[in-house]
Structures are given as C-alpha cells and as structure tokens.
Design a binder for this molecule. Structure first.
Ligand SMILES: *Cc1c(COP(=O)(O)O)cnc(C)c1O
Length: 409
C-alpha cells in the first residue's frame, strides 16, 4: 500500500474545488456553478453546527432506526470455514437500505436552506423511496425522476413513492433508465434552483455531492468501529462493500482509511461477464472521463460514448464510479473486485439459507466476494460485510432467475 499519511488527510479531501487528486470536480453548465457553491457553503455551515447534528442524530435514531446491529453471522461463518464473518445490518433501516442516511441529511439541509421543494432521481427506486419518505415526514414537496423502463420494472416502488405523496415523473429519453433520469433532474434543478434542492442519491456528481453524501453515510463506519471493538476487542482484518456509485462503501470505509491493518475491498457488478455492455465494473475496462458533473472512471467506447451497462442489481448498474473510490484505488488503499450476476444470486441464496436474512442483490455482490475470500482466511481473522439493503425488492427477480435455471430456492 502506498502511504496514505503522506497524501492529504482524508479529512482535507476533497479540496476547495471538489477534487480528490485528479478526480471529482464540478463539470456542470455555468448556470449550476453558483448554486453548487451556495450548496457547498450551506452544507459547510450546517455541518459545523451542533444543533444540525443533534437534529440529524435524533431523526436517524427515531425515524431511520440507527444504530444498526453489527451481527455475527455464525452459521455463514461455519459454512465458509474461515474468517469470522460479521454483517453490518443497514438492511434493517427504515425503507430497507442505507440510502435513508443521506436522504434524511439532505432533506434536513434543504429545510435549513429554506427550500420547500425537493427533487431526486432514482433507478431501482430505493433512493426515490427514501427521499419520498423523508419529504412526507418533513412536509416537503417531492418530485422523483425515473426512467420509463425502470418505472415499469419497479412498479411497486413507484406506487410506494406515490403513497408517500411524491410525484413520479417518467423519463422517455435514451435508454429510459437512471442516466436519463439524472439528466432530467439536473434540467429541473437549473430551472427551479431558487425553490428546489436536488437530493442526489450516491457519492457521485459534481462537488459538493460526493463529499456531502459520504459524510451523511460515514456514521456506518463510525458505528462499525465501536461495535467490532466491543465484540472482538480489535479492528477487523478486512471490510467488504458493494460499489454502485459508492455511497455505502465510502460511508463504511471512511473511518478506517488510516488503519493500514484493515484491508478495504469494494465489489463492483461483473454482470454476465467482463465484455463491453455486459457489466458495470468501471475498474474493469473503464477509463477517465466526465459524466454528469464529475471526472472519474467511466465505461465508455473509444469515442467517449457511454457504454451500455448491465447488472442483475439495478443499484449497481451505472457507468461511472464515485471519484473518491478512484482516488483511493490509485493509492492502493481500497482494493476492488467484481462479482458476476450468477455469483451474486448464489450468495443471495446462501445468506438466506444459512442466516434467514434475505440480502439485496446489490449487497449480495459483497457476500459473493466474501464466500470466496473468507475460506482463505484463518479462523481467528475477522471480515465485516456491509449489508447495504434488504432483498424484499429482489425476491420476484430472484424467483424468475431460479425458476429459469430449473432449480428450487
Ligand atoms: C443503491 C444501492 C446500492 C448502490 O449504491 P451505492 O451508492 O454504491 O451504495 C447498494 N446497495 C443497495 C441496497 C442499494 O439500494
């Protein structure tokens, strides 16, 4: 590993222009530069204000269900026959995934900024539901942009958002999925920026979003640190998280970046194999580019056109990765691996069978890596997996795939 301490401290990143080394920044139309700097300033003031933290902590506990358990997966550990495996149970949070940490933080910030209207994009619908829920709770008007194809695939989630009072707007452009939904949300923001806050759903996009989203999620790692020390008297040997945009992973890892003895591993979506258009593993064939406000690793063709992506898990199915991950990969501080659709589905079933916990297909990518890795570690070593969400939303898709393979659960 290259020395992290010789670089800027994790607390000094990003720099004032939003860069993590060469990554990140603010690549947006001119009309958005001032609003982004205003947002960065408002966020900075809120983050320095103890009253804001007290309110956020109160709501994270009362509404979202923090702290979440750090759970020793005894039967999974026995089955794998190596490292002691712990699961950080973000799946137990209200609305079913880690996304509520960020949605709640940003919605409280919107209120503080006097914005009465909130917009967000969503792919699978998890971020849309988290945002719609907190807007209902805080009395904010809420509009969710979603690709028309995703709306059809995730009809139940669309209805959940509508039950919470959100307006869901279908986007008919391009592939009609997440990328187009983000474009529409940015367009809305440009037009309505005075009244509106854009709640971006991952550690992505233009500055200050990657920093802000990370900071709203770093509570995951802070709790994990206390909990593993209480349970085992020491830090883990390895920590594993799935990486879509990278918010659950950076939130989980951030508190451990300076602990050289803790290996950090991000797991991307290998889809149906590493060939163009068949996966969403940005570090397997992606290269430097700019997408939706941010310079980072992107899956693109030689002309810079964004590649199609594929993953069994909609939450990992995006062509760009959060800039902070690209930075720590260069420093060799975070290692990256990928799991295929088939491996993730197998791990999904294994977790359900051994622990009675049905994980999100996204989180199942981290479990798939764990299923390979833990048996190669000694029985006195400790591996912690961030279980970013629950799998209720994926049961129908899993049953379709398991049936198609001619198997039973
Ligand atoms: C959205 C989602 C992800 C991927 O997003 P990140 O920003 O990479 O965390 C992972 N797991 C679950 C359960 C999700 O809903």
């Amino acid at each position: 590993m290259k020395s992290v301490s010789s670089q800027a401290s994790r607390h000094e990143l990003p720099d004032a222009s939003g860069h993590f080394g060469p990554y990140g920044g603010m690549y947006v139309p001119e009309t958005l530069v001032t609003p982004l700097f205003e947002l960065a300033e408002a966020y900075g003031e809120a983050w320095a204000d103890e009253a804001f933290h007290r309110e956020l902590e109160r709501q994270l506990k009362a509404y979202a269900g923090r702290p979440t358990e750090l759970y020793f997966a005894e039967r999974l550990t026995g089955h794998l026959g190596g490292a002691r495996v712990y699961l950080k149970r973000e799946d137990l949070l209200h609305t079913g995934a880690h996304k509520i940490n960020n949605a709640l933080g940003q919605a409280l910030l919107a209120k503080r900024m006097g914005k009465k209207r909130v917009i967000a994009e969503t792919g699978a619908g998890q971020h849309g539901i988290a945002t719609a829920s907190v807007c209902a709770k805080l009395g904010l008007e809420c509009v969710i942009y979603m690709g028309a194809v995703d709306m059809e695939r995730q009809a139940l989630n669309v209805y959940r958002m509508r039950l919470c009072g959100a307006e869901v707007r279908g986007v008919e452009a391009g592939q009609k999925t997440l990328k187009e939904a983000i474009n529409e949300a940015m367009r809305d923001w440009v037009t309505n920026v005075r009244s509106t806050h854009y709640v971006l759903g991952s550690a992505l996009g233009a500055h200050p979003y990657p920093m802000m989203v990370r900071n709203f999620h770093k509570v995951i790692g802070e709790e994990t640190r206390r909990q593993i020390v209480a349970a085992e008297g020491r830090l883990p040997d390895e920590m594993v998280a799935c990486v879509g945009g990278g918010s659950n992973a950076i939130g989980f890892f951030f508190e451990f970046l300076e602990d050289a003895g803790v290996r950090l591993v991000g797991v991307e979506a290998g889809g149906s194999g590493i060939s163009p258009g068949r996966h969403a593993a940005r570090f397997e064939g992606g290269r430097l580019g700019v997408l939706q406000g941010c310079k980072t690793f992107i899956l693109q063709n030689p002309d810079g056109q964004i590649d199609l992506t594929h993953s069994v898990s909609a939450g990992l199915d995006y062509a760009a990765i959060g800039p902070e991950h690209a930075y720590y990969r260069d420093l060799e501080r975070i290692d990256f691996a990928y799991a295929t659709d088939a491996e993730a589905l197998e791990a999904f079933r294994l977790c359900a069978r051994t622990e009675g916990i049905i994980p999100a297909l996204e989180s199942s990518h981290a479990l798939a890596y764990t299923a390979k890795r833990a048996p190669r570690m000694s029985p006195d070593s400790i591996l912690v997996v961030n279980l970013s969400g629950r799998g209720d939303k994926d049961v129908q898709e899993a049953s379709r795939l398991i049936d198609a393979a001619g198997e039973t659960p």
